[in-house]
Write a protein that binds this ligand. Structure first.
Ligand SMILES: NC(=O)c1ccc[n+]([C@@H]2O[C@H](COP(=O)([O-])OP(=O)(O)OC[C@H]3O[C@@H](n4cnc5c(N)ncnc54)[C@H](O)[C@@H]3O)[C@@H](O)[C@H]2O)c1
Length: 449
């Protein structure tokens, strides 16, 4: 019988060969993963290099906190301006005093916005403005305010509140600690002509700004302009912050009231620190041409008749007129006492501050007296035409209780109407180059003047 072949040697040889194959393939895998690792590293380095060159501030500024993801998805590289534009934004937003703030002021080419921007800049804070320079009133006045701000190194970005990529880019480039949000479609009567502009700026625009602010990391604190008009048909006097505000008399008022509710929501959900300021008829130099004290001045000087309202029950219309310098102090006081937002990157981390304040003058003045003061300052008798107040949303009487603002940040209006109007008229005749029949420091002495 043939003996079976001795296979033990062949088996050993095969086992040895398979061992060699294993070692070989492991080496191959190791080598290719090393290659892959190196290639990934190189690609990552190249990407970092690319972003560092394109966005130098990102690397050296800890406040640049917007999500890269959202930046990429909205193609922000082309938004705003180029390197020179970014440099202007950075320079303008950088504080010049220790622990200074960096504030984005929306509506900076507007009346209140231009004054607040200057005041912040003068005390050493960094300020960047945003304004769309719309033509609700003469845009050349907004351009003149812009030039004034430019002389004080305040850069105003021309753009709309609804432009999300632009706002994202601004937050990306500049380290804003605060937003002073004053941009809005103002005016009560114009709402009957162009209602959509109120929805666009005061509601959609505000929400857009809050969306960007909530996504910032850390989030800025926001102080924004509401209005005394939220008191609407409320007849309680003087108006206190705790009074009801559920009867707005105009679409303008309704959008401001909506803003207050929206502010509550963003504070509640995202931990944004929000302070609403209810201004009471602000007036002064660089003011708004659509407001009575301004167009009365113009019409009186041009010999045109002016319409003075009486209420339906033939009472005088009276307003709490608040001088711009007092309002600016109130705005800065609110900014300085605003606590930090508590959220970051769109997530709430704890309860945040939510406030609302009246910023008024506490002593309503009948419109007839306003006209009398102007007549004295302009040395011209007004042609008065007294009519019953139309139902256009104007409320006949506003009177502020400012106890809360006084308690929380020392707000105290100090300018009476005659003093404030004198400063306004001085500015008005200078700005419009009017040869004054005005005695420069005329102070009316009695009601008959
Ligand atoms: N002046 C007052 O008596 C008074 C009273 C109550 C409330 N307010 C509020 O105070 C704030 C400032 O008022 P103001 O008197 O300075 O008004 P303003 O019209 O002079 O200033 C507002 C500025 O915002 C800009 N703007 C409007 N919509 C914009 C948008 N969508 N995007 C970017 N910019 C936009 C305008 O071009 C304007 O320059 C406003 O919110 C206003 O509603 C003012």
């Amino acid at each position: 019988m043939p003996t079976p072949p001795d296979t033990s040697k062949t088996l050993k040889l095969e086992r040895y060969n398979s061992y060699l194959r294993k070692i070989h393939s492991t080496k191959l895998i190791n080598a290719s993963s090393k290659l892959l690792f190196r290639a990934t590293l190189l690609a990552a380095l190249l990407l970092i290099l690319f972003f560092t060159i394109t966005y130098p501030p990102l690397s050296d500024n800890p406040h640049h906190r917007l999500h890269r993801h959202s930046l990429l998805s909205t193609s922000l590289f082309s938004v705003g301006g180029g390197a020179a534009w970014e440099k202007q934004v950075r320079r303008s937003s950088t504080p010049r005093r220790p622990n200074g703030l960096s504030v984005l002021v929306t509506g900076a080419a507007g009346f209140v916005g231009s004054h607040c921007s200057l005041a912040l800049k003068k005390r050493g804070d960094g300020v960047v403005g945003l304004d769309n320079f719309n033509d609700y009133y003469d845009p050349s006045l907004k351009r003149a305010r812009q030039n004034l701000l430019k002389k004080h190194q305040v850069f105003i970005v021309e753009g709309d509140l609804n432009d999300a990529p632009l706002l994202s880019k601004l937050f990306y480039v500049a380290p804003f600690t605060h937003v002073l949000h004053l941009a809005a479609q103002a005016g009560v009567r114009y709402a009957m002509q162009n209602p959509q502009s109120y929805i666009r700026s005061n509601i959609a625009g505000f929400v857009n700004l809050l969306e960007i602010a909530k996504a910032a990391n850390p989030q800025p604190a926001i102080v924004w302009a509401s209005s005394s008009s939220v008191y609407g048909l409320n007849t309680e006097n003087p108006f206190s912050e705790i009074d009801r505000t559920d009867k707005p008399a105009s679409l303008y008022a309704a959008t401001k009231k909506a803003g207050e509710e929206i502010a509550h929501t963003y504070n509640h959900i995202y931990g944004l620190s929000l302070t609403g300021l209810r201004f009471f008829t602000v007036y002064g130099p660089w003011g708004r041409p659509d407001m009575a004290y301004f167009f009365f001045t113009k019409d009186i000087l041009q010999g045109k008749s002016i319409e003075i309202y009486k209420t339906h029950d033939q009472k005088e219309v009276a307003r709490d007129f608040t001088y711009i310098d007092d309002v600016v102090k109130g705005c800065l006081g609110a900014v300085d006492t605003a606590e930090k937002s508590t959220g970051s990157g769109g997530k709430k981390k704890g309860p945040a501050q939510l406030r609302v304040y009246n910023l008024g003058n506490t002593s309503p003045v009948p419109v007839g007296r306003l006209v009398w003061i102007l007549e004295g300052l302009l040395e011209t008798k007004a042609k008065k035409h007294v009519i019953t107040m139309p139902r256009n949303g104007d409320v006949p009487f506003t009177h502020a209780n400012v106890t809360l603002a006084h308690k929380d940040f020392g707000y105290k209006p100090t300018t009476d109407l005659a003093t404030g109007l004198r400063k306004f008229v001085k500015w008005y005749v200078g700005y419009y180059g009017i040869q004054p029949r005005t005695k420069k420091e005329t102070q009316p002495t009695d009601e008959s003047g």
